[in-house]
Design a protein around this ligand. Structure first.
Ligand code: C5P
Length: 292
């Protein structure tokens, strides 16, 4: 995330994430799943601004009228959890401008929540210990803690145990966001964890090599076939990315979908693939980059 202080408070650019590898290790007693995933942030951002409100109210305004702005919103939950943990009674007016689509597997809501913890800690001069902010993040959602440690990390547990894994160089992707979303819980409900999970080691070696052609052959997402059976229209997106294979080194669905990405050898190839894909009417197409 990119954080800056302004005359009015704090502004944060909250990035989207992609899962380049996602394996499920097993189902847990609490109903969640243990997983192993390599996640990267990309330069598709929601923008949040935070201004102090001496009245003590937490107010969220959002430019996307379809999103709730009450206590059920993860941004408001993050603000309240920080206030309780820090024993703080300050308020804030939070403006959220959405660019990251919802239910896309890009974790926009989780990134917004992580941004909120970091920004309000700064705005309210709380100096909360980083370990406590990580713990609050982990309780808010499985992907929230990652955004406090991006830009690239191996995530374990239910996603909240984050081990940074530096990229050897920038990676460029073409991102396709279909005009419909997929419910994460719906996908996990249909999942049967594999008896022999795929080890992440060979993927990490390919990532560390910086060879996109090799990396492309190691992209993996255990949730993809389940999301595709739940939502057959997704197969068309994968097929379209395969059909521009000449420009791309591999492609994959992110998280529990619905967004897909193609891994490009360089920015020109990504742009060529994006131009071609944009004519197919599959959804919004963008070139995005992950930087070390
Ligand atoms: O933690 P988060 O709210 O993002 O998870 C959404 C849903 O996805 C959970 O309610 C759960 O059904 C499923 N999930 C899971 N195992 C994980 C992460 C998410 O079963 N590791």
């Amino acid at each position: 995330m990119i954080v800056r202080t302004t005359a009015d408070g704090v502004e944060v650019l909250a990035p989207a994430k992609l899962n380049l590898f996602l394996e499920i290790l097993g189902r847990r007693a609490d109903g969640y799943h243990d997983l192993e995933s390599l996640m990267v942030t990309v330069d598709l951002f929601d923008t949040l601004t935070f201004a102090d409100d001496p009245s003590g109210q937490i107010t969220l305004r959002c430019d996307d009228a379809s999103l709730p702005t009450g206590p059920e919103n993860l941004v408001v939950k993050a603000a309240e959890s920080l206030r309780i943990a820090a024993g703080c009674r300050r308020g804030a007016v939070i403006e959220l401008r959405k660019s990251i689509p919802a239910q896309a597997g890009l974790a926009g809501g989780s990134s917004d929540a992580a941004a909120t913890l970091t920004a309000l800690d700064l705005l309210w001069n709380l100096e909360t210990p980083p370990g406590l902010l990580d713990a609050l993040a982990g309780r808010l959602g499985s992907d929230v803690a990652f955004f406090r440690h991006g830009p690239s990390a191996v995530c374990r547990g239910r996603g909240e145990v984050v081990e940074p894994f530096p990229l050897p160089g920038p990676l460029t992707f073409v991102l396709v966001c279909p005009p419909f979303g997929v419910g994460t819980a719906d996908v996990y409900r249909r999942l049967t964890p594999p008896e022999t999970p795929r080890p992440i080691g060979p993927f990490l070696e390919a990532l560390a090599s910086g060879e996109t052609r090799m990396l492309g052959t190691h992209l993996f997402n255990r949730l993809q076939p389940i999301a595709e059976s739940l939502c057959p229209a997704l197969q068309k997106v994968g097929d379209a990315l395969a059909s521009v294979g000449f420009h791309l080194d591999g492609h994959l669905m992110s998280g529990s979908g619905s967004a897909f990405f193609g891994l490009a050898p360089d920015p020109d190839a990504a742009q060529a693939a994006a131009t071609r894909l944009a004519t197919l009417g599959l959804g919004r197409v963008r070139v995005v980059t992950s930087r070390p």
